[in-house]
Design a protein around this ligand. Sequence first.
Ligand code: AVI
Length: 323
Amino acid sequence: MASAVSEGLLSRPKWLPSWLFYDAAGSQLFNQITELPEYYLTRSERAIFAERSEEIIALAANGDALRIVELGAGSADKTRLLLSAAVDRQDTVVYEPVDVSASALEEAQERIEREIPGVIVAPRVEDYCQGLELDPPAPGERRLVLYIGSSIGNFEPEEAHRLLCNVRAALAPGDALLLGVDLAKDEATLLAAYDDAAGVTADFNMNLLARLNRELGADFDLSSFTHRAVWNAAHSRIEMHLVSCKRQRVKISALDMAIDFVIGETIHTENSYKYRPGQAEEFLASAGFIRGATWTDEKKRFAVCLAKAGTRKGKRIGERVNK
Ligand code: AVI
């Protein structure tokens, strides 16, 4: 954390990595975001699962039993729809949530085993961004990896490609990946989702500075910064920034650093990439997956793609065709 913060705040323009959002307070704020009227992502993806879970599970299983792996500690009710559909089909299902946070995994295990009898939760404490290792499938078993909730959208395209190649490398031909991506759409809808009327997203962004105060002894005056969301059409991404309202100096005692801000200067805190229709499928193909099926919600705001691991692994970054 210390090295990421000093690297980011000494850069021009200044930036901070978005994984810093998710301390206990930030994770709670993110949960609130997913329930906001403006934040259509969670609702749209849930609507797809509510309608299509059985079909998704049947296509992924292709007649075999499924073992379900989720990258991230379980997106609560959305994952529940898929797990219930799997239990309906095969009575019991092994569910392996993968996350860096042991406490998030414990919570997911407790909740899911209580709520969906038939699900056997086998948590894995692992940083899947650094690579992924999965147990080989038992005979008659296939793996389905879930990477839902538009989490892939917070990675730069090269990082996202690498992550998908790592997932592909951990799978056997015929295993499947279910990827949830947010689609590009009109600017007003996008901006409202990342700058909601109740100010929850602003609090989520500002919590990053509060976290640096708490954990690194920084003296950010939160009333001297504001939240800004910007649609960057050239890169098809929403950017979140924290804007300095005045000229100021901030000290970070744990890093023995003082950082100067001019008025209007920003700290870039997040990118959230929005895909054009068909782009996620191209991305998956370049990582060694075979196109399966894609579902969208009624308003075509969000897409869920099922892809199968092919016999060939993904192309290396330099060979990518869809940059
Ligand atoms: C976690 N991730 C998919 C969210 C997103 O929409 O990019 C994070 C988020 N940032 C602001 N609001 C939500």
